[in-house]
Design a protein around this ligand. Structure first.
Ligand code: M6R
Length: 361
C-alpha cells in the first residue's frame, strides 16, 4: 500500500535508504569493512559482458565504469535486444551478467540463454529471486529492493547499482587491484550511501521550485561525465516515461559534437556535477550552455565553486565519495521527473503505453 504517499513511485523513491542498505549488506560486511567472498573467481575471468534493457542497462553502464576502474576488469554493456540478434563474438573467459528487476524481460532472458548455450559462465543480478533469469543463470546475485510497483524503476535501479559497485570491489580485491586499506575505504564509503540518500531526499523542496519551468519545456537535456553520464541517460528516460517530455542524456563532453545546437531559452539543461576530478570540465560545459541562453540547473554540492554565467541555478546535493555518488545523485534525478510529472498531472505509476515487465519482444 501507498500509505502516506501519493504514488507508489514516491514511496519507492523514499524506500531507497533501506533497499540500498539491504543490497549492500548482501555483498559487503560493514563490521570487517570487507567485500564478502564472491561465488565467482574474479581473478579467473577475462571480461564481463552485461546484458540488460532500459533502466537496468544504465545501471549496467555504471557497473562497467566500476569494474574497469576498481578491478581493471574489462566490461562491455549492451542492450539485450541488439545483443541477442547480432552474433556477438565472446571469448570463453567471459562472464555474462544479465541485469533485470523482473528477471523476466524477454530479450535479456534470451541473451542470457544464448550465452549459457555458448558455454559461458552466467550470472543474473535480479530483484525477483524466483524469476526465469534467477533460475537460468548459474550464479544468482540478488538485489533487495523489495516489490517495485511503479512502472518507472527507481529503487530497483539503485539496488542494481549498489550490487554492481559492491561486486566491483570484490573483483578488485580478487584481482589484486585493491589493497586492504582501499577496500576498507570503498566499503565504508558505500555504506555511507543510505544516510546520504536520506539527505538527498530533502532536496524535494528546492526541486519543487524548478518544476513549474520544467513542466513547460518541450525538450530537456541531462548532462554528466563519468558514472554521471549513464545516470544522465537514466534521468532522461525517467522524465520521458512519466512526464512525456522529450529528454536526452548526454556525456557533457559530447555537447560540442551536436547537442549544443539544441540550446535555446526554452531548452533546460540539468547537470549532475558531483565534486570529483571531472567537476571543472562539466562546469565549463555549463558555462557554454548558459552563454547560449540555455537555462541551466546544476546539481552539485554546496562546496562546489559557482560556474560563471547568468542563468545557472544551483540545487545543492550532499557531498559523496566518488564510488557512492551515483547512488546519491540518482535521487535528485528521480525527484525532478517525479515532481515534473505531478505538476503536469500525468499518471505517474501507470504511464501511457508502458508495461512494468516487457515479456514479449
Ligand atoms: O525488469 P527489467 O529490469 O528487465 O526491465 C527492464 C526495462 O524494461 C525497465 O527498466 C524499463 O526501462 C523501466 N520502465 C524503466 O523505468
Amino acid at each position: 500500500e501507498k500509505g502516506e504517499y501519493r504514488h507508489f513511485m514516491e514511496k519507492e523513491i523514499h524506500e531507497q535508504p533501506d533497499s540500498v542498505q539491504h543490497t549492500l549488506s548482501e555483498y559487503l560486511d560493514l563490521v570487517t569493512a570487507k567485500a564478502k567472498p564472491a561465488v565467482v573467481d574474479f581473478a579467473a575471468i577475462e571480461r564481463i559482458q552485461i546484458i540488460a534493457c532500459g533502466t537496468a542497462f544504465y545501471a549496467g553502464q555504471i557497473g562497467k565504469y566500476a569494474f574497469e576502474k576498481y578491478a581493471g576488469l574489462p566490461c562491455d554493456v549492451e542492450i539485450a535486444s541488439e545483443f541477442r540478434y547480432r552474433d556477438p563474438a565472446l571469448s570463453q573467459g567471459t562472464l555474462a551478467v544479465a541485469v533485470s528487476q523482473s528477471g523476466e524481460t524477454a530479450d535479456t532472458l534470451a541473451g542470457l540463454s544464448w550465452c549459457k548455450a555458448q558455454g559461458l559462465k552466467t550470472a543474473a543480478v535480479v530483484n525477483v529471486h524466483t524469476s526465469s533469469m534467477a533460475r537460468e543463470a548459474e550464479i544468482l546475485w540478488p538485489t533487495h529492493a523489495g516489490p517495485e510497483i511503479g512502472v518507472a524503476s527507481t529503487k530497483a535501479f539503485t539496488a542494481q547499482v549498489a550490487a554492481l559497485l559492491s561486486l566491483a570491489i570484490a573483483a578488485g580485491v580478487a584481482r589484486g587491484k585493491i589493497d586492504e586499506a582501499r577496500e576498507a575505504e570503498l566499503v565504508k564509503a558505500l555504506f555511507e550511501a543510505p544516510r546520504l540518500i536520506s539527505e538527498a531526499l530533502r532536496m524535494d523542496a528546492p526541486i519543487r521550485n524548478l518544476v513549474q519551468d520544467l513542466a513547460k519545456a518541450r525538450d530537456v537535456l541531462f548532462l554528466g561525465r563519468g558514472p554521471m553520464y549513464p545516470l544522465a541517460m537514466e534521468g532522461a528516460l525517467k522524465l520521458k516515461e512519466i512526464s512525456y517530455i522529450h529528454a536526452e542524456g548526454y556525456a557533457a563532453g559530447e555537447l560540442k559534437h551536436g547537442p549544443i545546437a539544441l540550446i535555446d531559452e526554452y531548452t533546460p539543461t540539468i547537470a549532475l556535477a558531483p565534486m570529483d576530478d571531472l567537476f571543472e570540465k562539466t562546469s565549463s560545459n555549463l558555462q557554454e550552455v548558459a552563454a547560449r541562453g540555455g537555462p541551466v540547473i546544476m546539481i552539485a554540492p554546496e562546496s562546489a565553486p559557482d560556474p560563471h554565467g547568468a542563468g545557472i541555478r544551483r540545487v545543492h546535493a550532499p557531498d559523496a565519495h566518488p564510488i557512492a555518488a551515483p547512488l546519491v545523485y540518482a535521487v535528485p534525478m528521480q525527484l525532478v521527473s517525479y515532481y515534473t510529472a505531478v505538476q503536469k498531472g500525468t499518471d505517474v505509476d501507470q504511464p501511457r503505453n508502458l508495461a512494468k515487465s516487457v515479456t514479449v519482444e
